[in-house]
Design a protein around this ligand. Structure first.
Ligand SMILES: [Zn+2]
Ligand SMILES: [Zn+2]
Length: 63
């Protein structure tokens, strides 16, 4: 029914801090400006992932 909403969601891919869930800006900071914890990014899809993860929760790429 809300087809547009789904495609918009994919287009506006916004990364969230994996720790505090705060939205990260376009600039990929190596840490969350809110909780100051270091963040890693998936090399394949650019998804923000916490350092203790071994695979990207978004695309399954090994980190
Ligand atoms: Zn954070
Ligand atoms: Zn990924």
């Amino acid at each position: 029914m809300s087809k547009n909403n789904i495609s918009n969601d994919i287009k506006n891919k916004t990364n969230k801090c994996p720790y505090c869930d705060v939205k990260l800006n376009d600039t990929k900071l190596p840490f969350c400006s809110y909780c100051k914890i270091k963040i890693s990014y998936c090399k394949k899809c650019g998804h923000a992932v916490s350092n203790n993860l071994k695979v990207c929760p978004n695309c399954g790429e090994k980190l």
